[in-house]
Design a binder for this molecule. Structure first.
Ligand code: UD1
Length: 359
């Protein structure tokens, strides 16, 4: 059986690394890695491959940036040619980025089976491009591999038959558990010490594309900086929008590759973010996470983990950050099957000759 594994953006690389490795361990060689080129800067792409032991892509579609329609369309046109040439039995897509939906639709229309890793997450917020990508990808995928039972429940409620849903765990956490010792061995930036700094990430269009919203968030961050150093690796989308924002306790940095970033988060006092994956990583690391979004597609991280959802109002951000700084950690636990073995479960299912009985 031939598998095409698709990845395009930074979080995708972290999610595919463990099951590409699991295929290699099983000696299954008919696996092609397609990089769409959605992310292309070395700091957003190539550095991740080296650190995560992902082989160079077999095929790079080199689509680059653009509007949603432009980017999605370019991926579809290029990926269709790849599918027609390579005739895979399965296309495996991960996460919720434009590369995910573009390749899922293209493959499905060519009659190729599609497996979606990280299926069933729902924010119920249709203003997020990722929510549209998730809904459309799940609606057409043959096999829906979920990270938690809440996600499986979302799919069942949408009418997906039970045989298509498999709760396998979280491959992003497989990678975290495999790499955490290497990550902690990375030196911290000069001037900060373990547990005495916060980490900030910010890149959601809803937060950074509206100057009024962004300046409110940054005013809250300045208040946090009054109490603790804040390290801020700046995503390319956010670069150029900070309008000279500065504080003596703020450390601006280029985007970090995987190991330095994970090492930074693991030893921090708290994280302020609008990312999806970081909510999961901090839950496993036991680091308090303040999520500056009105909703999350990953509610399990709030229910059992360390995540606190605060929206993007500056007062709420300040209040939550100050509470973490004065109260310390709250009790938390790690979601079921976030145990480092999700990728093995996925490859078991995919290599099963008939994973979808009756189809
Ligand atoms: C994308 C995903 C988002 C994910 C994020 C992780 C979609 C809809 N969004 O958002 O879900 O959380 O990746 O980072 O797929 N750019 C560079 N270099 C790069 C890539 C991008 O400079 O290597 C700049 C370009 O100006 C580009 C902008 O960043 O226009 C945004 O990139 P894009 O891939 O469109 O979306 P992200 O915001 O990265």
């Amino acid at each position: 059986m031939r598998f095409l594994i698709v990845a395009g953006a930074r979080p995708n690389f972290i999610k595919i690394a463990p099951f590409m490795a699991a295929f290699r361990r099983r000696g299954h060689k008919d696996v092609l890695f397609v990089h769409t080129g959605q992310h292309y800067d070395p700091k957003m792409s190539g550095d991740f491959f080296r650190e995560l032991g992902i082989p160079e892509p077999d095929i790079n579609l080199e689509v680059g940036s653009g509007t949603h329609a432009e980017q999605t369309a370019r991926i579809m046109v290029a990926f269709e040619k790849v599918c027609e040439r390579e005739r895979p039995d399965w296309v495996v897509v991960v996460g919720d980025v434009n590369s995910t939906i573009a390749c899922a639709v293209t493959a499905k229309k060519l009659g190729i089976r599609v497996a979606h890793v990280e299926a069933g997450l729902r924010s119920r917020d249709m203003s997020m491009p990722e929510e549209i990508n998730r809904l459309c990808t799940d609606a057409i995928s043959d096999l829906l591999l979920t990270t938690d039972e809440m996600a499986s429940g979302n799919l069942r409620r949408e009418g997906v038959s039970a045989e298509r849903i498999r709760f396998v765990g979280n491959t992003m956490i497989d990678t975290l558990l495999a790499q955490i010792d290497h990550a902690r061995a990375n030196p911290l930036p000069e001037g900060i010490s373990e547990r005495h700094y916060a980490v900030l990430t910010l890149h959601r269009p809803g937060n950074v594309d509206h100057p009024g919203v962004l300046s409110g968030i940054l005013s809250a961050i300045a208040s946090v900086c009054d109490r603790i150093p804040v390290v801020f690796p700046v995503h390319p989308r956010t670069r150029g929008k900070l309008n000279g924002f500065w504080h003596p306790n703020l450390m601006l940095a280029e985007p970090l590759s995987y190991l330095p970033f994970l090492g930074l988060v693991a030893r921090s006092r708290m994280v302020l973010t609008d990312s999806g994956g970081i909510q999961e990583e901090t839950t496993v690391l036991g680091v308090p996470c303040i999520t500056m979004r009105p909703n999350t597609e990953r509610p399990i991280t709030c229910e059992v983990g360390t995540n606190i959802l605060v929206g993007n109002h500056p007062d709420r951000i300040r209040e939550a950050a100050f509470a973490v700084l004065s109260n310390g950690h709250r009790p938390h636990s790690i979601p079921e099957k976030w145990d480092g073995h999700a990728a093995e479960r996925i490859v078991d299912i995919l290599l099963d000759e008939n994973p979808l009985p009756g189809r």
